[in-house]
Design a protein around this ligand. Structure first.
Ligand SMILES: [Zn+2]
Length: 274
C-alpha cells in the first residue's frame, strides 16, 4: 500500500513498516485489541490518515526517543508515550533544527512532500499522555511490547520487544549508517553499555527493525556496533575532526562502520532552539 508520502507494507504477522523514504521509518504493531505505532515520523505527511485502514479502534503511539524525526505525527494521536527521561524534552522548541534539516534536504535533493518547505513547515507540538520505564509491558491483545531502556543516543532511548515474533524495534540505537553520539543529549558511555546489553541478548531476538536505513538489520550488526563503540570509548581508534552540515564533530571509522562523537571538551551539538 502506498499513500502519497508513506510506503507501507507488512513485514511480519501484523507488523507493518511505514517508510518515509530517505528519511525515517515508523512501525505499526497490531494486537487483537490495540495498535501500537512505534514512532510517528517527520510529520511531513498525514500519518494518521495513512495508517487508519490498518489500525484497531484503540491506537497508541510509542516514541523510541524525542528527536524531531520520530515524533512529528504525535499530535494526531490521543495516546502518546515516551520514556520518563524524555517527557519534558518532547515540548522543547526544536524549530531551528527542523528548519535546518529541511534546508539540508533541499540542498541534497532529498524528497519532500508537495508544499513542505523550510519556511512553511511547522512541527506540531506534542505532549506525552503517559510515560514508561524499563520493563514496562504494553498489552495489545495476544501480544505485548516490552520497553527496554537503551540510553546513549539520547537519555530515554527505548527499544520495544514484540512477544509474538521476537522482533525488536530499536529506533536510532543501531542501524546501517553512522551512529550519532555528537549531539548534546548523547552519552557515549551509556551507548556502549546499551549495546553491550543488547548484543548479549541478540540471539534471543527475532528480526531487528531500525528507525533509519535497511531493515531488518543484518545479523551480528549489534555486536559489531558494540565493538566499534568500545574502541571509540577506549581510545583505540583515531578519530577525524570533520564539519558536517550540523556542525563540527569527530568521525570514527572501523571496518565499514562509523560513528560521530562530539569534539573533545565540547558539550555536543545543540538540538534545541528556535
Ligand atoms: Zn532518527
Amino acid at each position: 500500500m502506498t499513500s502519497d508520502w508513506f510506503d507501507i507494507w507488512q513485514v511480519q504477522d501484523e507488523v507493518y513498516v511505514i517508510e518515509e523514504r530517505g528519511h525515517v521509518q515508523s512501525y505499526l504493531v497490531n494486537g487483537s485489541e490495540v495498535s501500537a505505532l512505534i514512532d510517528t515520523g517527520t510529520g511531513f505527511g498525514d500519518l494518521r490518515a495513512a495508517v487508519q485502514p490498518l489500525v484497531r479502534d484503540r491506537v497508541m503511539a510509542l516514541n523510541t526517543h524525542w528527536h524531531y524525526d520520530h515524533i512529528g505525527g504525535n499530535a494526531d494521536f490521543d495516546r502518546v508515550g515516551i520514556h520518563r527521561k524524555e517527557e519534558a524534552l518532547l515540548s522543547a522548541d526544536v524549530s531551528g533544527a527542523v528548519r535546518f534539516y529541511l534546508e539540508m534536504c533541499g540542498r541534497l535533493g532529498w524528497p519532500l512532500p508537495e508544499g513542505v518547505s523550510p519556511e512553511g513547515f511547522r512541527l506540531r507540538p506534542s505532549a506525552a499522555t503517559f510515560v514508561f520505564d524499563h520493563g514496562d509491558r504494553f498489552d495489545l491483545g495476544g501480544r505485548t511490547l516490552e520497553a527496554i531502556h537503551a540510553p546513549g543516543h539520547s537519555p530515554g532511548s527505548t527499544c520495544f520487544l514484540d512477544s509474538l515474533t521476537g522482533a525488536l524495534f530499536v529506533g536510532d540505537v543501531v542501524y546501517e549508517g553512522s551512529l550519532y553520539a555528537q549531539f548534546e543529549d548523547a552519552d557515549l558511555g551509556q551507548y556502549v553499555a546499551t549495546l553491550r546489553m543488547l548484543a548479549r541478548r541478540e540471539n534471543s531476538f527475532g528480526r531487528i527493525y531500525p528507525g533509519h536505513g535497511p531493515f531488518p538489520l543484518l545479523k551480528g550488526l549489534m555486536g559489531r556496533a558494540l565493538e566499534l563503540m568500545e574502541r571509540v570509548v577506549g581510545g583505540a581508534l583515531l578519530g577525524q575532526e570533520v564539519t558536517e552540515p550540523w556542525g563540527p564533530c569527530v568521525l570514527y571509522e572501523w571496518r565499514g562502520l562509523s560513528a560521530y562523537d562530539r569534539l573533545p571538551n565540547s558539550a555536543g551539538l545543540p538540538l534545541i532552539g528556535g
